[in-house]
Design a protein around this ligand. Structure first.
Ligand SMILES: [Fe+2]
Length: 398
């Protein structure tokens, strides 16, 4: 969880008059709080009313596409082949590939800046696969680069400002995303043994204090997109303080935990959300027992579906499977998966892996989207058996 932060011009006491300079009226206070104001919150000071709307419209209609993973099978989706043919920005240009009632996972390849936007259904966790951009919000600006995770709290009005191609993996949660409890002490500080520290977390350092005209803001709710036309630009904040704000953390700052023998996936845990967790697999020295097998054993996480997004290096256990950078693999509950043939033998005696991957383990099954299935590698399910689908096998049960 991010810690207390104070940026810009805030009054000495909360809930008191905050006079603008030169007798130019007073600033307007907004409490932005989570979990019924018992969770993390911040106080923001606006030049103009954040509630003043000039118009309310329906937003663009988004297609619902999710279908169950039936008959149950592992999948390999080549997201590098995906494009949104109706929009080219990080908000409307998303292509949903997987999802359930806890999280929606989208792939984005964008070239244009986004409209102003806020997600009222939950936090968004955005992973930057390629490209650089600036996230502007009511809290200020954050520059992001490849390898950055960006946590955008629910209700944060923001926009992505692009200067070139940007490729993202976007997780839209139905709730809040934060640092795993297992990495925190009782005071909420990251433990000495955690794989990252507060110094690795970045957040806005100054406000934008925009004094602009009326602007439309896209608002996402459970039922789709609406458009609120604000009377004045929402980035008019002159100061804020609190524990709720967008922040970034680079996967390259994740310090891997290794051992003499294979370490279980939870040592790679980076974030947790409602009914899902995120793990980071980063370049690391690997297991140093003289007989260690560094790639994972066959495994079946019976309560989870496991999605991996391959973002750099060469993932050791998947070599020979056709997995490439930008690929997504889905290994669902009900299916035991393990290293591809030959990976165990190749890994014995290896001292380091160069892989870089983001894993999402969901505690409920993930559905698939037809857009994602369009970039599916149809041979992936058979790569462990090294064969084409069997014919002439009686599949009758009993
Ligand atoms: Fe796995």
């Amino acid at each position: 969880m991010p810690h207390y932060r104070r940026v810009g011009d805030v009054p000495r006491k909360r809930h008191t008059v905050h006079a603008a300079p030169n007798g130019d009226g007073r600033y307007l206070e907004e409490l932005m709080g989570s979990e019924g104001f018992r969770g993390p919150s911040s106080l923001l000071y606006h030049r103009h009313s954040p509630s003043a709307l000039l118009r309310i419209d329906e937003g663009p209609i988004e297609r619902t596409c999710l279908v169950p993973n039936r008959p149950l099978r592992p999948h390999h989706l080549r997201t590098g082949a995906l494009d949104n043919d109706t929009a080219d920005d990080p908000v409307l240009g998303r292509v949903v590939v997987l999802g359930n009632d806890a999280v929606t996972i989208s792939s984005v390849r964008a070239h244009e800046s986004s409209p102003l936007y806020r997600n009222a259904t939950g936090d968004e966790l955005v992973y930057v696969h390629a490209g650089e951009a600036r996230l502007e919000s009511v809290f200020g600006a954050l520059d992001v680069a490849p390898g950055d995770y960006v946590v955008i709290p629910a209700g944060t009005t923001h926009r992505w400002v692009l200067d070139g191609e940007l490729t993202l993996l976007v997780l839209s949660a139905r709730g809040h995303v934060g640092v795993p409890e297992r990495h925190l002490n009782g005071a909420g500080q990251l433990l000495e043994g955690a794989p990252f520290s507060e110094r690795d977390q970045r957040a806005p350092t100054e406000t934008l204090a925009v004094d602009g005209e009326a602007v439309p803001v896209l608002v996402r709710t459970r039922d789709g997109l609406s458009v609120h036309v604000h009377a004045t630009h929402p980035f008019d904040v002159v100061g804020w303080d609190g524990c709720l704000y967008p922040w970034a953390f680079s996967i390259h700052d994740f310090e891997p935990i290794t051992g003499r023998v294979h370490q279980p996936p939870p040592v790679h845990q980076t974030f947790e959300g409602p009914n899902f967790v995120i793990c980071s697999f980063v370049p690391r020295k690997v297991d140093y027992h003289p007989l260690a097998i560094p790639v994972p054993y066959n495994h079946h996480n019976v309560d989870s579906d496991e999605m991996l997004f391959y973002t750099g290096g060469n993932y050791e256990a998947r070599k020979g499977s056709g997995i490439e950078q930008g690929s997504i693999s889905l290994h669902p509950g009900g299916f035991t998966h393990g290293p591809q043939p030959g990976a165990v033998e190749r890994s014995i005696g290896i001292e380091a892996f160069d892989e870089l991957a983001v894993m999402v383990d969901t505690f409920r099954p993930l559905d698939l989207c037809d857009a994602g299935l369009e970039c599916e590698d149809p041979g992936y399910a058979w790569t462990w058996a090294r064969t084409a689908p069997a014919t002439g096998v009686d599949t009758a049960t009993g």
